[in-house]
Every structure is written in structure tokens, then in C-alpha cells.
Design a protein around this ligand. Structure first.
Ligand code: GLU
Length: 485
């Protein structure tokens, strides 16, 4: 069986969008699931859209997400160069374009801007206005073409698509797709600057780089019949095509920058971790046979069957991603969690008064993303304004008056206590509760409210005592007693 080879072929035009990352991930998984090779190819022939630094973003993101490539600009596998602008210099695109001209499948076009502007336009599927070329230059004689070339007249090379007949190509998910040739425009293969268009380069490169499976966004479906015609003209076997469904936001609109979380970088900046993002993105259009949702990259490699990719749009649900991120944090090894949480803890608790490692252990199972740390620990800095209503609790059968009694009782006990470890404090307070015939909760409830001013805290009363230490604890209880009086 032939070895599966896929490629991620980004254009360096800015951030790594969720859709780009999904394409990269699926390409990677298709290859790795079958023990094949995953290649990185930089598609930088559109010089106008080139963004400085974008290649670094691509490399960094692939590294952070674990999508290692077997071949690419930095890893020669014998079919390079792996950057299209470098491939241009080898003359490869021009060579194949000329071959198409020989075969009558392409032709030189010398039309100037003025003439092109006067032609009819149409709106392509991705919303761009395109000129419907009228094949004017197809009628030029060989001599006229030679003369124009000799004079150095600017030209492009266009694909020659007949007005009659149909073209069929196959997509693994959508099946055979047949279109009328009259609907296909004579697209430009080589631009006037000598660079190929994506439309031409993707075919030449996928073939000459032995790519077997192409995974890409379904905005490329409408152009695929034209690519198929190129494969057929050269007599090349076309790769297996897998066009992915659209990713939308919660309002079923195409996921855009406005959503605020459309790129990998945005998500990392917002406190998500890369494993959770990769896991979540894997499920944007693909699902396993069972309902399982948590997958490491290795598990994805094992399970990923591209036949299970869906055709329906995938909704990017930030709440779902938050939940998933929380699951990853809970499962994370304590040391790594502390390392990653540290900057957030230091920001929330800057005065060095707390054992941040202990605080980290308390919040670990209670947050979904790192910035949630702030609302979990803010009370350690200072007790917020709160209502004495918080002392009323049905389950523990306690009210404000009962709370005041408990706090007045425990104040001297805590003042006399020197060992402020959770265990010692717990034993001490249990002893007090028993002596009074109180249930645990009857003592812990008011204490926790007094120490935190909050209904929900990441730690129980004695754990908070331990974190705050004696001096601060005592002063908070005194303040609570005043408040309740
Ligand atoms: N350079 C194209 C893009 O970034 C790649 C499309 C493809 O995968 O063929 O959209």
C-alpha cells in the first residue's frame, strides 16, 4: 500500500485561526493514524497578503500543539524546497504551465487592466468579485503570442476550460461532484509577476511532493473541478480530497475575529491550555464512535478515522471549551499546574503573604481557565463587603445570632492556638463543637463566612485559617463579631 502523505499548507497571512489549526490537526491525524508522513509547506506566493512574523507564529503553534512535521522547510525529505517562493526560483511552475500551453490546456493572456475592467464580473463563493474572462487571448495566433513575448509585454497564463461538457471530481465526504464547464472561469495559473496562483501551485506541489490526501476548508470545493482538470491534463492521479465543514460561532455565523477567540494565540492568552484547545478543536467536525470527549493527541492518532468527519457546520462553543479546559486542569500533575498557575496567583496575591503552592492546590479543581483564579482567591487579599444574610444557612440550621455565639466562642480558642496547620485546627474546632453538642457545620459555616465574606470558597474554614495564619485570622474574626453585633 502506498504511504499516506499529507501536508499542512498555510499562507503566512497572520494569526493561526481555529480553522487553520483544525486543518493542520486533521492533516496530521490522517497521516499519523495510518503511519504516514505529515509535511509542512509554506504557501507565500501571494506577496500582497504576506505578514511579517506569520511564519514564526505557524512554527510556534505547531510546536506548542505537538503537531510535529516529518518534512518541511527545516526538515528536508527530498521533495523540497518547502516554501513556494523558493520553488518559484526553481522554475517548476513555469515549466508545468508551459507544458499545459503545449497541450492546449492553458494560454498566454496579454489583456491589460483596462480591458479586464470592461469585462463582466461574477461573485465567487467566498464572496470575491472575479472577472469572467472572455477567452479573447485564446484567439491569438502563435505569431502574435511570440511577438508579444519578444516585446516583453506583460502577461498571465490562464487555464483553458471548454464552454461545453462537465467536470467531475471526488470528495471523500461529499462524494462525486459534477459541474458544468461553462460555470468554470479561465483562472489565472501564473500571475504577471511570474508567481503562480494558489490555484495552480497547490496542484503542482501536491503532485510533485507526492501528497496522497488533501484536507482543507470547504471554501476550496468550488475551485476543485478546475484543479481536477489540471490533474487530468497532466495525466496525474489526484489526491484524496477531504473538504471540512465550516466552523461557526454560537449565532451560526462564520467564526470571525469579532468573536474574540478565533485564533490559537487569543485562546492561549485568555488562559486556555494547548492540549485542551487541540482536543476541543479535534471535535469541531469529527466525532468518535462512542460519546467520549477527552482525548490526548496520542489517543486522537489512534482513534481518528476521517470517514467520521461530518459535513454539517461545527459550532465553536467557548463554554464547552472552558469545561474541557477545566477537565485538563483537574487531571494535570500538581507541579505543572503550579508552574502554570503561578503568574496568575502572583498577580492576585502580590504581597508574598501566602504559600502559593498551597493556594494552587486548593483552586486546582475549581477553575476552568487560569484567569478564574482571581475570583477564587480575591478574599485572601481582603474580605469583600458582604451581607450578614450569608450567615443564615438552613442546612446547618444556623442564623446570624447563632453565628455570633460561635465566633465569640472560637475567638479565644484560635488566639490561644499556635499550630495553624489544617489538621490541628480541625481537631481543635471539632473538640469545641463536641463540647457544645454542635454539628461540625454549625461551627465551620460562620467561621468560613467570617474569614472570607463569601458563600463559595475554594477551601474549607480550617484550610482558610491555615492559609491566612493566626494574626490575620484573628483580626477577621474580630471584625465579623463587630459586624454581627
Ligand atoms: N494556503 C492555503 C490556505 O492557507 C492552503 C489551502 C490548502 O490547504 O490547500 O488557505
Amino acid at each position: 500500500m502506498e504511504k499516506i502523505r499529507t501536508r499542512y499548507a498555510p499562507s503566512p497571512t497572520g494569526k493561526m485561526h481555529v480553522g487553520n489549526l483544525r486543518t493542520a490537526l486533521y492533516e496530521f491525524l490522517v497521516a499519523k493514524h495510518a503511519g504516514g508522513d505529515f509535511m509542512l509547506r509554506i504557501e507565500d506566493t501571494d506577496q500582497e497578503r504576506f505578514v511579517e512574523g506569520a511564519i514564526d507564529i505557524i512554527n510556534r503553534t505547531l510546536e506548542e500543539t505537538g503537531l510535529y512535521h516529518d518534512e518541511g522547510p527545516d526538515k528536508d525529505g527530498g521533495v523540497g524546497p518547502y516554501v513556494q517562493s523558493e520553488r518559484v526560483k526553481t522554475g517548476i511552475y513555469m515549466k508545468y504551465a508551459k507544458e499545459l500551453i503545449e497541450k492546449g490546456e492553458a494560454y498566454y493572456c496579454f489583456c491589460d487592466k483596462e480591458r479586464l475592467d470592461s469585462l463582466k464580473t461574477a461573485v465567487s463563493e467566498d464572496g470575491k468579485t472575479i472577472t469572467v474572462y472572455d477567452k479573447h487571448c485564446l484567439g491569438l495566433s502563435k505569431e502574435e503570442v511570440e511577438k508579444n513575448l519578444a516585446e516583453g509585454k506583460p502577461f498571465v497564463i490562464r487555464q483553458n476550460i471548454p464552454n461545453e461538457g462537465t467536470t467531475t471530481f471526488r470528495d471523500e465526504l461529499y462524494g462525486d461532484i459534477t459541474v458544468e464547464n461553462s460555470e468554470l472561469d479561465d483562472m489565472i495559473l501564473i500571475k504577471s509577476d511570474g508567481y503562480p496562483t494558489y490555484n495552480f501551485a497547490n496542484v503542482v506541489d501536491d503532485h510533485t511532493m507526492n501528497i496522497t490526501h488533501v484536507v482543507r476548508g470547504n471554501e476550496y470545493i468550488s475551485s476543485s473541478p478546475k484543479y481536477q482538470r489540471l490533474y487530468d491534463a497532466f495525466g496525474w492521479k489526484s489526491p484524496v480530497y477531504i473538504h471540512l465543514p465550516l466552523i461557526t460561532d454560537e449565532n451560526h455565523k462564520k467564526l470571525s475575529k469579532r468573536s474574540g477567540h478565533s485564533s490559537f494565540e487569543d485562546l492561549i492568552e485568555q488562559g486556555f491550555i494547548s492540549e485542551a484547545v487541540v482536543n476541543y478543536i479535534a471535535l469541531l467536525g469529527w466525532s468518535p464512535e462512542d460519546n467520549r470527549e477527552i482525548f490526548s493527541l496520542d489517543e486522537l492518532i489512534k482513534e481518528f478515522d476521517y470517514h467520521r468527519i461530518s459535513k454539517s457546520p461545527a459550532v465553536f462553543d467557548i463554554q464547552k471549551l472552558r469545561w474541557m479546559n477545566g477537565e485538563y486542569l483537574k487531571a494535570m500533575d500538581d507541579d505543572r499546574f503550579f508552574e502554570m498557575a503561578k503568574p496568575y496567583l502572583e498577580k492576585s496575591l502580590p504581597d508574598g503573604k501566602f504559600d502559593l503552592k498551597k493556594v494552587a492546590a486548593k483552586v486546582k479543581t475549581r477553575i476552568e481557565i487560569f484567569p478564574d483564579i482571581e475570583e477564587q482567591v480575591d478574599f485572601l487579599r481582603q474580605v469583600p463587603e458582604y451581607s450578614t444574610e450569608l450567615y443564615v444557612n438552613k442546612k446547618n440550621k444556623i442564623d446570624a445570632a447563632g453565628s455570633l455565639g460561635v465566633l465569640e466562642d472560637v475567638l479565644p480558642i484560635l488566639e490561644a492556638q499556635d499550630d495553624y496547620s489544617n489538621d490541628a485546627l480541625y481537631a481543635k474546632l471539632l473538640e469545641y463543637a463536641e463540647s457544645k453538642g454542635y454539628k461540625n457545620g454549625y461551627v465551620m459555616w460562620p467561621l468560613r463566612i467570617a474569614l472570607s465574606g463569601k458563600l463559595m470558597t475554594p477551601a474549607g474554614a480550617t484550610e482558610i485559617l491555615e492559609l491566612l495564619g493566626k494574626e490575620e485570622s484573628v483580626s477577621r474574626i474580630k471584625a465579623a463579631i463587630e459586624k454581627l453585633k
